[in-house]
Design a binder for this molecule. Sequence first.
Ligand SMILES: [Zn+2]
Length: 451
Amino acid sequence: MSGVFADLVGQGEAVDVLRRAAADAAAVLRAGRPDLAAQTDSADPPPTSGGDAAPISGGDPDPAPGGDSAPAAGSDPGQAGAAEPAEREPGAGMTHAWIFTGPPGSGRSVAARAFAAALQCEDGSGCGTCAGCHTTMAGTHADVRLVVPEGLSIGVNEMRALVLRAASTPSGGRWQVVVIEDADRLTEAAGNALLKAVEEPPPRTVFLLCAPSIHPDDISVTIRSRCRVVPLRQPAPAAVAEVLVRRDGVEPDVADWAAAAAQGHVGRARRLARDPQARTRREAVLAVPRQLTGVGAAIDAAAALIGAAEAEAAALVADTDAAERAALETALGAGGTGRRAASAFRGAAGQVKELERRQKSRATRAQRDALDRALVDLAGFYRDALTMALDAPVEPVHTDTAAVAEAGARKWDADGALRRLEAVLACRAAIEANVKPRIAVEAMMLALWKG
Ligand SMILES: [Zn+2]
């Protein structure tokens, strides 16, 4: 695969959808249609406000330069009820709001950026070489705005300003594209500001949101209902290894090992291939099955696993926390005088509190993520033991602990290996459901020991 979608690893179906959408978007431009209002997702209800199906543009409603005079938007009502893209009129593969979801490491933001580039591509293919593709991928395209919340959430003022700018006529004559990474970190007020824009889309504006899932915790139901969802899947190890070699210059045998060990997480595979600390942490996790010799050892192993996750998370967030704190202190007054500084100070206590709240929630999230990575590694080990007990003709996830897994397979049989694998998966599910990690992990370790 070449062009802007080349780094989207193992996502053939999503890439097909996005290519078709970009081609349809180009067709809309060529036809000089005024907007995309008729192409909201088929499952979505029509806008409820005022019963007016036509978009109410907050910005300049002029169509792109060069377009022949198009009929009014109201001339094609009822398209919202169309079913499959193939059955719709030309251009219907495109819509003005998208959500990219998928497991961590599947490439949500990579997909959103690539799609943004394809929308700005001169021939609508995402060729990767034209000025539109190139400047978008480089982050310098005038009509592509990228929002990457760095810890602090996207606040309502920032979102309002963004929405306002996004409503203007694209300077390049194609689309105004707004990419919001981690859309699950919008404040409620910012989410409402975004919702207004998504409900009443400016004629040439496209919103691309990235979120872990479409669960209401991640994205509000109302925003989701206005968006088309592009689910990304866990890529195959061979596809991950290929990109590590091609893009990151990793040696092929290391890439194969890391891709298998990372079980489809592209970023995790890259870290395992290049970061010795990540390898050390993984080895400590994979030593657990050999350490479970009794109740005391199981409890100790649980404490060690949680301690390691906390330490890893603390190291991950420490730099960002300090930088945010410093940035906020600067913004709140260091060197500031006059009316602006005074009014900034009035909101200071609230902002500091908000920052602390966010940092705490991010630390918790980082701990859960680190613990989950460890559990995924552990699950891989028992999965290896299970496949060996069954003589299944598949490659092990962890080639370096294959001998230990083989010994486990002989000792436990398939039943025992499956019970242990299920104990690890049950632990993940329990933590996801907000069971205290220590309780869930201790229960898992005891189950792994007893079998
Ligand atoms: Zn191009």
